[in-house]
Design a protein around this ligand. Structure first.
Ligand SMILES: *[C@@H]1O[C@H](CO)[C@@H](O)[C@H](O)[C@H]1NC(C)=O
Ligand SMILES: *[C@@H]1O[C@H](CO)[C@@H](O)[C@H](O)[C@H]1NC(C)=O
Length: 434
């Protein structure tokens, strides 16, 4: 009890210090920071060989080369008393996390800040931000409440999307990537999740380090399933052919993928579509900086956004995650991107809901899980958090396989908008048998 009380007081004082500190910080810089390029070509360097601006020991400015360091925070006595041993170190920029939320979801943001330990995470270079639409219909009371929340935590961003439409989640998700590209430069990784999910950040950080050590670029990480999609369709939800839950797996090709490839042949039901391609489930998407920029800053994505994010009537764009997977795939065609698909296994690495029954096989986070979905009460958040902390992360390794042989991804590469550069692509899974 005593220790808990001390921790609470310490947290409160730390928050106070942070608020004072944030008020003195200049607004987030918007300049683009040059990427670390190695001599072999366009690949970012692996962890350990990074310039000190991305990874500690952080003596140089986190705002990029040539940028002055922000003024040191005011060293209030309280702050010094809380952490006598730590001297001020600016955070490195490892990952920016956008959590799509709604104006009224105060309670979810409250437990997410607690469970993700966002202040600790920030010291490790992870910036957690809650994403709302700038075009909203908040009441004056809601607006005031959000302003208080924003003043207290400094972690709410308003992106260029509508917040009152039924499909606001889709619009805010694409607008989050646009916001990140324009206003949050310099992170190595960018993530999108929703406020009904609870990830475990230290576990994700281990996966980021594992990915960096692969020495590739253009990483796309998440639980994935197959889709085909018709480009430039008048309808925003332009998926073509079968939809289902099977994705790229070490267990071999799925029958659905075979059928999608057949549909894509000349004369087939989806001959005008592109794909099939894997796309990451919207509950957890992580992109490396280079891929995030390549897709979101492309004329293709800009046009998609312009055409669909302000539609006045249906059909609206609701199929957010497949749409992003499509834009990434189409961008790879146009820019010959060396994509690195890193595929988690559904249920093994991402629980789509939690349940403590049946007793012998509960659906709770265990040593393999990095994300839990459908966490919608504080009690579920506590149970998920306890379960994470009750197990030591197994950090199942990634294994890259032959796209054709293991995944069965053998066709559909010739499309009406160009050829998908499959020979440059890495097909990787997080192992399930470890
Ligand atoms: C932009 O997108 C719309 C809707 O998908 C499409 O009709 C149009 O051809 C696209 N324009 C360009 C220049 O790609
Ligand atoms: C922690 O794990 C043990 C052993 O698997 C289990 O019996 C216990 O219920 C778990 N506790 C929580 C809080 O998840």
């Amino acid at each position: 009890m005593v220790a808990g009380g001390r921790e609470l007081i310490a947290a409160a004082l730390a928050t106070l210090g942070l608020i004072l500190f944030l008020n003195l910080l200049p607004a987030e810089r918007c300049e683009t920071i040059p990427m670390v390029i190695d001599s072999a070509g366009s690949r970012p360097l692996a962890v350990g060989s990074e310039s000190p601006s991305s990874f500690g020991p952080v003596s140089s400015s986190p705002y990029g080369d040539g940028e002055p360091m922000p003024p040191p925070p005011p060293r209030s006595d309280e702050h010094a008393a809380v952490s006598p041993r730590s001297s001020y170190r600016p955070a490195p920029k490892l990952m920016a996390v956008g959590i799509i939320t709604a104006p009224t979801h105060f309670d979810r943001r409250l437990w997410i800040r607690q469970k993700l330990r966002v202040s600790d995470a920030r010291r490790r270079g992870i910036r957690v931000l809650f994403v709302l639409g700038v075009r909203n219909r908040m009441t004056p009371a809601q607006r005031l409440a959000i302003r208080h929340e924003e003043n207290a935590h400094g972690d709410v961003v308003f992106v260029g999307a509508r917040d009152w439409v039924p499909h606001a989640v889709a619009e805010k998700s694409l607008a989050w990537w646009e916001h990140a590209a324009a206003h949050l430069p310099g992170y190595r990784w960018y993530m999108k999740t929703d406020d009904d999910s609870l990830a475990h950040l230290p576990r994700l950080e281990m996966d980021l380090a594992l990915m960096s050590s692969m020495g590739r670029s253009h990483y796309y990480y998440g639980v994935m399933t197959w889709r085909a999609w018709t480009p430039f369709h008048t309808e925003a939800d332009a998926a073509c052919g079968e939809r289902g839950d099977d994705g790229p797996s070490l267990d071999g090709p799925s029958a659905r993928l075979e059928r999608l490839m057949l549909d894509r042949r000349p004369g087939g039901a989806c001959s005008r579509a592109v794909g099939p391609f894997p796309f990451a489930d919207g509950s957890l998407q992580i992109l490396s900086d280079d891929l995030m920029r390549a897709f979101v800053e492309s004329p293709l994505a800009r046009n998609f956004s312009r055409s669909h994010l302000s539609r006045q009537g249906p059909p609206y764009w609701t199929h957010e995650d497949a749409g992003v997977g499509y834009l990434i795939f189409h961008s790879a065609i146009l820019q010959t991107l060396p994509l690195t698909y890193v595929v988690l296994s559904p249920w093994k690495h991402n629980k789509f809901w939690i349940n403590w029954f049946p007793r012998h096989n509960p659906s709770l986070p265990d040593e393999h899980v990095v994300n839990t979905h459908k966490v919608v009460t504080s009690m579920m958040a506590q149970i998920a958090q306890d379960a994470y902390e009750n197990s030591t992360y197994a950090a199942d390794p990634f294994v890259c396989v032959d796209c054709a042989k293991t995944w069965g991804w053998r066709g559909g590469f010739e499309t009406s908008v160009g050829r998908f550069p499959i020979e440059r692509v890495a097909c990787c899974n997080k192992r399930t048998d470890a």
